[in-house]
Write a protein that binds this ligand. Structure first.
Ligand code: MN
Length: 259
């Protein structure tokens, strides 16, 4: 039976009945990295240096050395990333059960709201309204916030103003709803991190990191192409690099989309 299911899946991939959508941003030295205010330490930007390119350093081969912070570009947040998740079992990039890295996705379209208000907060009421149209968010599903933010580049991506960063994210009550009432896999966003730009001022600060990771759930940041996904029915593949003891990792997030 299981081999029949996989055969049907392989046939659907080859026929195009299932397509693969890349939800990842390109990784380059231009990739925008979050800035923390002093006295906090900074994550390093992406760096790349050529080792050889079919030349004296390697006549038949091309390769590069790279270095970067774990939370650079499109990336996965492991539960251990936050203090609330520090003591949880199997919460580092190398120990998370691989079966947890393939899961369905619910896509919440708030592009219009975020265009009108870059500090838009996703509330429980919005998710309940989404469920009235699309059905209940299943346990173990990702909630992906489609904000349109991935179209922003350069300074507009962090969007730091006089009052600090202004970017959309969930409010604390909405995060509690996703964690406690819907038992989601995690929360994914197009912005630089899973929390809103102003989340340092929330109660608690950074509620998405605090509650999600404290409940052994995940985060995905800097996603793109969410407008190419249906509201329900997509399955996303989110494996971080198997960094020993890692708190997160750049991730080539792929979505399987039917129809
Ligand atoms: Mn992160």
């Amino acid at each position: 039976m299981s081999s029949d299911v996989l055969q049907a899946f392989a046939s659907a991939l080859s026929s195009g009945a299932i397509s693969v959508v890349d939800l990842s941003q390109e990784l380059s030295p231009e990739t925008v990295v979050i800035n923390l205010p002093p006295p906090f330490a900074q994550s390093a930007p992406f760096r790349i240096e050529q080792v050889s390119a079919y030349d004296d350093k390697g006549p038949a081969w091309y390769w590069n050395n790279i270095s970067l912070g774990e939370h650079t570009g499109t990336h996965f947040d492991a539960p251990v990333h936050w203090m609330t998740g520090r003591s949880l079992p199997a919460s580092t990039t190398d120990t998370i059960a691989p079966g947890r890295l393939v899961a369905p996705a619910c896509v919440i379209d708030v592009e219009a709201e975020c265009a009108a208000d870059p500090a838009f907060l996703l509330m429980r009421a919005k998710l309940l309204a989404w469920e009235a149209e699309h059905g209940r968010i299943p346990a173990g599903a990702w909630v992906l916030m489609r904000s349109g933010w991935s179209r922003r580049t350069g300074d507009a991506f962090l969007n730091v103003g006089k009052t600090g960063p202004q970017s959309p994210g969930p409010d604390p009550d909405c995060v509690k709803f996703m964690v406690d009432d819907r038992d989601v896999a995690g929360f994914g966003t197009e912005t630089v991190g899973t929390d809103a730009g102003a989340a340092h001022s929330f109660t608690p600060p950074f509620p998405c990191h605090t509650f999600m990771h404290g409940a052994n759930k995940f985060g995905l940041a800097s996603l793109t192409n969410l407008d190419k996904l249906p509201a329900t029915g997509a399955v996303i593949i989110t494996p971080p690099l198997k960094i020993k003891g890692g708190s997160g990792s750049p991730c080539r997030v792929l979505a399987l989309v039917g129809g």
